[in-house]
Every structure is written in C-alpha cells, then in structure tokens.
Design a protein around this ligand. Structure first.
Ligand code: GLY
Length: 348
C-alpha cells in the first residue's frame, strides 16, 4: 500500500519519500510543461542532488509505446538499476506512463508520484494503476503497481488553468457521488468559477480519502473498485470518439458528461433520486458545457464501450448508483438502454 502525504513542505516531504527508498540513482520524469514550470522549483532541493531529468510530451497523445520506450532507453543509457528511483512530476499522463516505465524497467524500480494537476492528485497518482494508451484505446496496456509515496502539494493548483482544474473536479464529483449525499451536496455548492484554494485543498484531501478507502478494500478491481468507474463507461467512449474526430476533450469533461448519462440510467434502473440527478445535470452543464452528439454516431460510441475493461463476456458492465454512496456494480446494460441515455443527454 502506498503512503500518501498531503504536503505542507514539498522539500521536506520529497526528502522523506526519497529517503525511504535510498536509491542508487535518481531520475525525475516531467512533461514539457512541468519541466518548465515545476522542475525549476524542485531541482535545487538537496534530496534531488544529482537527479537526472527525463522530459516527454505533455498531452495524452504522448501516452504511447514510443514514449514509454524513450523513457526505458533514457533510464538504461543513464545507468538506472532496479535500485534506482523515478519521481513522476506531472499530471496523470506522467504518473501513469512513468509508473508503468518504473514498474517494468528491469522488472521494477521504485517510483514516487508528485502530481501537479487536480486530476492526478485525486485520481491518477493514487491507487496503483499505471499504463499507456494503445491502438486508440485509453490505458489499454498497463499494470497495477503502487508508487512508494504520493506527495500531494496543493499549491501547484494555483497555477493550473481553469479547464484542467474543472477536469479534475469531475473526478471529485464522482468520488462525492459514490461516497455520500453530504459530500455530493458540498461539491455541488463549491464555486469552481471563483476558487477558494484553501477550501479546495480540504476537498482534495477528502476526495483522496474516498479513493484510498476503496482501493484499500479492492486494489485489483475485482469488485468494489469498479465504483470508481462511475461515469467512465460512457465518458471514455465520448473521450475516444472526440479524439478520433481530432477534437480531443479533457478526460474530466468526458467523465462529467458520462456521469450525466450514467446517472440517468441510475435513475431509471436503480431509483437514484431524480432531484439530485437534476442538480448534477445542471452543475455539469454550467461547468462543462455540452458534448455535441448525433444519433448517427451512437453505434460507433457503443462499439467503443465494448472495449471497456469492466465488461464481462462481451456485455457492457456498468457501475450505477441507487443513491449517493449506494453503489451498484456489474450492471449489465443493453444497447437500447445506452441509446436511451444518449437520447436523453442529446435532447437535454
Ligand atoms: N481511476 C479509477 C481507478 O483508479 O480505479
């Protein structure tokens, strides 16, 4: 199980994280953005003395086998051993790809995640999922492997752009929904257009606790962890569809739209309260706008869902809610149900 530090002193907490590993060599993986904005903040820390920086592209489009091979190559060329450590300094792409690079290099070297985006803080960097996209499918290849330590330094959020902040917030809303009505209402009341960063830091800590609790019970997603996929069956299909059409959308936006569709199914199939559904629907529409859908694309969007990792025997297997905190996993969902949800969303 990984240790998660909500950091008030990045230097001291990174020193703790590195000290626990006592690596023979230290590497830092950053993307173009964090190499420019975050690496200068940490590079003179004594605990990072001699660390070698590896930089990769900064978009989800760089989360490929080629980029992974580049990281393995740089580690090999610069003398990394299985006793070395990699610090992943960046958003979810860096923590996912860097985690997978570390998990597989010489059969595994230690890594530390230092997430710099909200999405990575509350989701990607926590819980041991690592991987890359493959053949147009998100996170198709990967492994479960925990970071030794995750250092959450919320002041990074003050420099995050509004779109990426909102993207991460969708995962927090999901955590609220699978946790309780109280958490959900609190998240819906937060003013994401005029952010109070101290209040946000508090919400981030609570959101991570929701994920930690679930992952501790079911680290390999045999059951309960599927709760964390709420909104993602349809959301991932929207995201892949948008990418194919050269109009990529941020992950959390796709999740937010997917949440509306899957909560619609939660209302019709599991009795999720209609009033709360409408509250979520309005919040999503205010904050994330609307995903432009055409019924002529439903078949293809459905095909994209057939690749979802939760599916069993070719059937779409969704996570729905009977109420906030009352999670129903393994809901086999037929094509007609999904088309009905897409119709509702398109017309709403
Ligand atoms: N992002 C979902 C999970 O970590 O299981």
């Amino acid at each position: 199980m990984q240790d998660i530090i909500i950091s008030y002193s990045l230097e001291a907490d990174l020193a703790t994280a590195v000290g626990r590993i006592a690596p023979d060599r230290l590497f830092v993986l950053a993307d173009d953005t964090t190499a420019a904005c975050c690496w200068p903040i940490v590079k003179d820390y004594a605990c990072l003395a001699g660390a070698q920086l590896i930089t990769i592209g900064s978009t989800d489009g760089a989360k490929t086998l080629d980029t992974l091979a580049t990281v393995w190559q740089r580690l090999g060329e610069q003398g990394a051993t299985r006793h070395s450590a990699l610090i992943n300094l960046g958003g979810g792409m860096v923590t996912d790809l860097g985690g997978f690079a570390a998990a597989t290099f010489k059969r595994g070297m230690a890594f530390v995640n230092v997430p710099t985006t909200l999405l990575a803080m509350v989701d990607a960097s926590v819980g041991g999922k690592t991987g890359i996209n493959f053949r147009g499918l998100k996170n198709e290849i990967g492994a479960f492997c925990d970071a030794r330590t995750v250092v959450i330094h919320t002041p990074f959020l003050r420099t995050l752009d509004a779109e990426n902040l909102r993207s991460g917030y969708a995962e927090m809303l999901k955590h609220g929904l699978i946790s309780s009505a109280e958490e959900t209402t609190g998240l819906l009341a937060f003013d994401i257009f005029d952010v109070d960063y101290e209040a946000l830091a508090d919400l981030v800590g609570r959101s991570i606790q929701v994920k930690e609790r679930i992952v501790a019970e079911d680290p390999y997603e045999h059951g309960l962890r599927k709760a964390l996929n709420l909104g993602h069956t349809i959301g991932h299909a929207f995201e892949s569809f948008a990418l194919e059409n050269h109009a990529p959308v941020l992950h959390g936006y796709a999740v937010a739209w997917g949440l509306v569709c899957e909560l619609y199914l939660s209302v019709t199939r599991c009795g999720f309260p209609m009033a709360l559904f409408h509250q979520v629907e309005h919040f999503v529409s205010d904050v994330y706008g609307h995903f432009a859908l055409d019924c002529k694309h439903y078949d293809h969007i459905f095909d994209l869902m057939t690749h979802d990792k939760k599916n069993i025997a070719g059937q779409i297997n969704m996570t729905l809610l009977a109420a906030p905190g009352d999670v129903r996993i393994n809901q086999v969902t037929q094509r007609d149900d999904i088309f009905e949800a897409l119709d509702y969303y398109r017309e709403s």
